[in-house]
Each structure stands twice: as structure tokens, then as C-alpha cells.
Design a binder for this molecule. Sequence first.
Ligand code: ZN
Length: 163
Amino acid sequence: MIRNVFFDRDGTLGELGDIRYPQTIKFFADAQEVLTRLKSRGYRIFIATNQSCIARGTDGGYDYAKEFKALGVDDWFICPHDKNDNCSCRKPKPGLLEQAVQKYKLKREECLMVGDRETDVECARNAGIHSALLCASGRAPQEGTKAEHIIYSLHDLLSLLDK
Ligand SMILES: [Zn+2]
């Protein structure tokens, strides 16, 4: 039984106008509603996101905390590093999920990671939690995806989690 849902940010909760600039995100129409409904059903909601724009200095001091608080999520875990920094938290490495598991003493079998990329799926697998790949806007899943579940909109999560 899933009790904790992790979301990737870019491409999952919304789309970026320009990947370098976090403030250009346009949330999907159903993102807020789905988060609110999951919260009201008692799920804990986390964000796990790579933001290499911080390492590159293009984030302009963007206030992620303000954004995530406004969305009503419980907590967020951000990798601020660039690809070449070789950190342990950049997805698909499991560092962000490990931080959350430790901070909240989560049971891995009760955790689901939702993301739009195979790196999110790999991250979930590396952390030993469940995975759902979001293929929004009619996008086909990556061939050979290892995702346990494939959803075609955030809304699909509501029925997936009902099962
Ligand atoms: Zn990192």
C-alpha cells in the first residue's frame, strides 16, 4: 500500500519554457488538483528534482520553497549539482530518495516515484521504491522502460492508487 508519493518537477508537474530557467515552469492543468486530492486522501507528497541550473547559476535565486509550499507538498529534495559534479543525489542516483527515507523513516514499499523520464524510474529502482512513468501529451513510453506503472496523465494516479 502506497502512502508516500514522490514527484519529479520538470516535465512531470509541468513543462518548462526553458530547461535552464526554473521560473519558466507552466504547471499542467491537473497538477494542483491531483496533489490536493492525494493530500486529502492522506498521502504524503514529496518532490525530488534535479536542478542543475543552481550549479550553473541560471536559477536567479529562484524560490523553490515558496513554489512547493504553494503546491501544498510536505517536503522537497533538490539536487543542486551539475552532471559533472559526481554527487550522490543527482537522479538516477538514489540520494534524494534516501534523504527522504531517512528523514521521515519511510518504508520503501510504501513509496512511489512519479516522473516523466527513465532516470526517474531508475532512481526509484536504485532506492528500492515503486515507480510510475508519466507519458503526458500522448508521448509513448521509452522502449524497454522498467517502470512498474505507466500513466498518461497525473489524473491517472488517482485511480492507480485506488487499486
Ligand atoms: Zn546532487
